[in-house]
Structures are given as C-alpha cells and as structure tokens.
Design a protein around this ligand. Sequence first.
Ligand code: PLP
Length: 357
Amino acid sequence: MIYLDCQATTPLAPEAREAMLRWLDGPEGTGFGNPHSPHRMGRQAAAAIDAAREYVAALCPPGGTVIFTGSATEAINLAMRGAPGEGSISVSAIEHAAVLDTAEALGRAHVLNVAADGQCNPSQDLPDNVSLVCVMQVNNEIGTVQPTLDWHRKAKAANALYLCDVVQAFGKQEVASADMIAISAHKLHGPKGVGALWVRDGIELAPIITGGGQEQGLRSGTLSPALIAGFGAAAKLAAERMEDDAAHVEALWNRALELFDGWTINGSTTARWHGNLNIRREGLDVARLMSECRTVMFSAGSACASGSGRPSHVLRAIGLRDAQAKSSIRIGFGRYTTMDDLEAAAQAIMSAADSQG
Ligand code: PLP
C-alpha cells in the first residue's frame, strides 16, 4: 500500500511512538500516573506534559499559552465559543468544517470570498460588528497559503480577534502572528486524539468544558501523558527537520508535476504548501479511479467531504463547476513518502485514468 493522503492524517513518527510508550507501560509499570496527582508518579507525568508543552510552544509565536485539547476541532470550538464578543464571525469560504459549522451553529457566520487561485484577499470588507476573524494558514483540500499576517492586522484594526487554523501548516512552515492558533498532533506525525489551542497572553476565554479546572480552567478533564508526550516529540522533531522536510516535499512536488503532466492544478501553485497536489482531469470518474487504485491511499476531496457525494465546498468556493470538482483528486505527500512510492502511485493512477479514455 502506498500512502498519499497526508492531509487526512500522517504516519506516527517513530520518535513520537517511543515517547508515548513510557507513559503507557513503564518503567516497572509506573507510566500510568494521573498528571494531576501530587505524588511522585503524578509529578513525573506532569513533568512530561510540561516538556511537551514547551516543544509545542516553540513552534508558536512568543507571548502565549498552549492549552491541550482532544483535537483541533475542540481547540477551534474553544476559541470560537469561548472568545469574548458577540458580533459577527468572519470566516473564509474555504475553512475546515470545524470553523464553518461552528460559526453557523453560533448564528454569527459572515463568509469571506476566496478567489479562483484559492486566496482569501484581506482587501475585502469586514462587517461593522465583527468580533472574530478566522482565516486558516494552509488549506487542507488545495494547500493554498493565506496572508495570515495581513489578516491579523486587519482583524486588529477592526477590534476583532484573529483565530488561525494552522493544522496543515504546523511543523511545516513558520506560524505567523494570530490571537489564537488551532493545532492537531496527527497532522505532524503525532498521535490522534490530541490537539492544542495557543492563546495570546491577555485574551480571556470562557471554558466550553467545565469540571476539574485543568488547563488553567479552560479545558477540564484528565490529560493524557502518552498522547501529549507523543505530540511534544512530534513537534520537537518537526522543528528540527523543518528545512529538510520542506526540501524533500519540494523534490516530490517537482516530480509529481512531471508525472501528472496534462492535469489541471486546483488553486495557486506558488502560494501553496507543496505537499498538496489537488488536480483534475476533465470527465474523470473519480469513484471508478479510486476503486481501480485500491493500493494507493489518496483522496477525492477532503477526508470529511469525501464519501458524502457532495462536491467539495472548497473547490466550489474557488469557482469550479460541480463536474470539475467531481473530477478532482488530492494527493498528499510528506516526510516519509519516498520518490519510488510517488512514481509507482502516479503510474497506477495515470493508467487507470487513461483507461477511462
Ligand atoms: N482544520 C484543518 C485544516 C484540518 O485539516 C483538520 C483535520 O482534517 C481539522 C481542522 C480538524 O482536526 P482534528 O482532526 O484534530 O479535529
């Protein structure tokens, strides 16, 4: 099997796995302590969490706090539901469902336009009553990178807070400034089931989960030392390897452009994370293609939207007709993808696509 779906999730780094094992088993069965207990085992687990928090914070801007959550979806909900202000929430049309659906659920959604190249231009107007702006750094479906610094400035000028979903960028690119940042461990070779919200100092959030008062009262519930240690190890590794990983992804991207010659790329090719190749071929039956390439793990859209039968909201937002959106595939590669994997997968996809005529 060849894995080319790195936007949906990423393989666990061996270093992250190793860091987790200590908090599952030993030594001598002492790894299971509750990190909120004051005794020795508890303090050891708490120290592992503190260390992981430092590694995650090192990839965030200075002057803020990392609050661990169960996922980026939870982090986004904490930011959007817990932030002060009752005004409109301006969201780019290509945000992840965690952002779009939460803004809708709160009855405060205002949608920002996205151009054909996948850019959400900060020259567009914000509503007078805006209290929160959400524009992601790297889009999960088409990989386009947004001018987050400009969006933060724009939000500030409108007296609004700026939440940046950096899930697809964290550990791969520098994170620019924001008031709140949502992160997910499993997109940077960490484990699933753990994420974080980074909150700039001075911003007062209200909790959405109450109880034991963990995470500065913002996220009650016992933390998982194993998941968090894995997250920390993944963040540390990503920081150390950021340049090497980017160079590897760039080499794969350049080869992918040759291999998929003749396909049309959805979204900008330059303002883009090059580990995301979202391409289309007129008239392609993607469902048939996927069933004929069962040993290649790739996507027909975002992992959340695929299978729903609905054309992707992202491809629609950049102006694709339904037929074009439905003839698009997403190939996602990263640190552990080899050139041989990419070439073998491309050959399988190309020959299945060619057989459709
Ligand atoms: N935001 C983006 C851009 C994503 O790609 C994802 C996951 O697909 C999420 C948020 C949600 O992350 P999690 O799986 O941690 O809830």
